[in-house]
Design a protein. Structure first.
Length: 122
């Protein structure tokens, strides 16, 4: 069962509606934004004080972000697992001779073998 399957199961059990059945987007965005803020706080806490407790909190908040992010795949009815795979595969095509190249700001550059992800059919 994928993350998106688990999110769908939760939403269906809760009687939530997706975009095609008059579901509201604003609560989805608000929930994601709240979880992202909580993750950023937990991450900062862990980086500044890397205790086991702060690590547990950071991981929990990361998982909350993932759940709310996966909820968008359910809400808009697309295969989030496949979308992730396509982008991850595309990212791997940024390698040039097996190495990631970065610009002066540290941003990863697209190598000559780069292929943009095709999100068609999702």
């Amino acid at each position: 069962m994928t993350r998106e399957d688990r999110v769908a199961e939760f939403n269906i059990a809760g009687g939530n509606a997706d975009v095609y059945h008059e579901g509201l987007l604003a609560p989805q965005v608000a929930c994601f934004s709240e979880e992202l803020l909580e993750f950023n706080i937990a991450l900062a806490d862990y980086v500044s004080d890397p205790t086991n407790e702060n690590r547990r909190k950071m991981i929990k908040e990361w998982a909350d972000v993932q759940v709310t992010l996966s909820n968008f795949a359910w809400f808009f009815n697309f295969n989030g697992e496949e979308a992730f795979t396509r982008v991850a595969d595309s990212n791997m095509s940024k390698l040039h001779n097996g190495v990631l190249e970065r610009n002066e700001d540290g941003k990863i550059m697209k190598g000559p073998e780069y292929v943009a992800p095709d999100m068609g059919g999702l």
